[in-house]
Design a protein around this ligand. Structure first.
Ligand code: AMP
Ligand code: MN
Ligand code: MN
Ligand code: MN
Length: 280
């Protein structure tokens, strides 16, 4: 049984979460985290505020980001942890990815309009902090708010998920670039929620090998984006490939996410946690 309560995957209003970085760290602290990472999509804009809140509350803040990557035709997410958030190549790389979000959102809004749902770009912008933060999650919240679907999960199942009618394929970062940005800033690359990509065994093995070859060190095993029955699968994968293991709620908002910050089962005892990288 591991007692360390590290939660290394969380979102804030700096991307598609609903709490500010300060509110997120406060909630994590109430839930007893020793360390928390803010891992917003393609941005480190919330990290300074989160670090300030963490200092005040006596919680350790691990710098983080979740980078959107196009690996062939599959979108995968790579979390970077424990890097220098001022690193210029990383900051510029993230900006280049974010800058594609507005055009993509415009195409999503057009697709929704063709399905008889007008006005979604303006509505999503009302949820997002800025145009280059626009996420499918902001569209999902609007579809819930206007009664088109019961919850955000159903918005993805019906409209926004891969292959659904309002899904717009998009070119994100290349895997080798995302890895180089994280490693160049002194961070640790972690493959986020590997169970979420719908890959067949061969594709899965190829992704894990590519990730490892490019300097990948850890995979998420216990995450709010895996069903609990998947934890054993990814424990075995971590053992087989010699990956360190990460634990993170992938929290976006109260009442919206399956796992709350700091409220996850511990990592399996056979695995070495990624946070041994930063010692105690
Ligand atoms: P985007 O970066 O705009 O493609 O949005 C991705 C975000 O949408 C993820 O980080 C999740 O917050 C959310 N998301 C993606 N797929 C799903 C899904 N199937 N169910 C619920 N949320 C999802
Ligand atoms: Mn998200
Ligand atoms: Mn993700
Ligand atoms: Mn996430």
């Amino acid at each position: 049984m591991r007692l360390d309560n590290f939660d290394l995957h969380n979102h804030s209003t700096a991307s598609d979460g609903v709490l500010t970085p300060t509110q997120l760290v406060e909630l994590g602290a109430r839930n007893g985290v020793q360390a928390i990472a803010l891992t917003d999509h393609d941005t480190v804009d919330g990290v300074a505020e989160a670090a300030e809140a963490a200092r005040r509350l006596g919680v350790r803040l691990v710098t983080g980001v979740e980078i959107s990557v196009s690996w062939g035709s599959t979108t995968v997410h790579v979390v970077g942890l424990g890097f220098d958030a001022g690193n210029e190549a990383l900051v510029a790389g993230l900006k280049s990815i974010r800058d594609g979000r507005l055009g993509r959102a415009q195409r999503m809004a057009a697709a929704l309009e063709a399905l008889g749902i007008p006005g979604t770009l303006e509505a999503a912008l009302g949820y997002a902090g800025s145009p280059n933060q626009l996420s499918r999650m902001h569209f999902a919240r609007h579809l819930v708010e206007t009664g088109r679907v019961r919850d955000t999960q159903r918005a993805f199942d019906k409209y926004l998920g891969s292959g659904k009618p309002a899904y717009v394929p998009h070119e994100w970062a290349r895997l080798e670039d995302a890895m180089a940005w994280i490693l160049g800033a002194g961070g640790t690359p972690v493959l986020a929620h590997p169970g979420r990509y719908g890959l067949q065994p061969l594709g899965r093995a190829t992704l894990l090998e590519d990730f490892k070859r490019l300097g990948g060190e850890a995979i998420e095993v216990v995450t709010g984006s895996h069903r609990p029955e998947e934890y054993a699968t990814w424990r075995r994968v971590a053992e087989e490939y010699g990956f360190l293991a990460s634990r993170g709620s992938d929290f976006h908002g109260p009442g919206e996410s399956p796992a709350q910050p700091g409220r996850l089962p511990p990592l399996p005892a056979s695995l070495e946690p990624v946070w041994t990288r930063w010692a105690h």
